[in-house]
Design a protein around this ligand. Structure first.
Ligand code: SF4
Length: 124
């Protein structure tokens, strides 16, 4: 029997799930889905930043377009360490497609326009 706190909504139900995936304590079906997935395929949305050549915006905020399998998170972070953005990006642009073969893209959550004089590219 595993104890979980459902994070799907602010109610935060205390849920128990056993080895046969029988769920109790949830106030709605979304909690059951959450508990089963948490036991069989736990996932998290990743939000972080990557480096850029912009002096004004040296770190670009990015996120996974969908929740990533938890075991892949450290590998994804290591891959993002190697990224340096050098071209304009808009919110929602793909920074890495199919990151670490997860089938999930890493996307920008901010605009960078290197033609904006204030953006002043840094190549030092
Ligand atoms: S089980 Fe339903 S009501 Fe309870 S926290 Fe999860 S989503 Fe909210």
């Amino acid at each position: 029997m595993k104890q979980l706190t459902c994070i799907v909504c602010p109610v935060g139900c205390h849920i128990q799930i056993d080895e046969q995936l029988k769920v109790v304590g949830n106030k709605c079906p979304r909690g059951e889905n959450y508990a089963v997935l948490e036991l069989t395929d736990p996932r998290r949305t990743l939000t972080t930043t990557v480096r850029t050549f912009s002096k004004k915006t040296p770190r670009l905020p990015v996120k996974s377009a969908a929740p990533l399998p938890k075991p892949s998170i450290f590998k994804v972070l290591a891959e993002l360490e190697n990224i340096i953005v050098e071209n304009d990006v808009k919110i929602g642009d793909i920074i890495i497609k199919n990151v670490c073969d997860t089938g999930i893209d890493i996307i920008s959550t901010r605009n960078i326009n290197f033609n904006d004089s204030k953006e002043e590219a840094y190549h030092g």
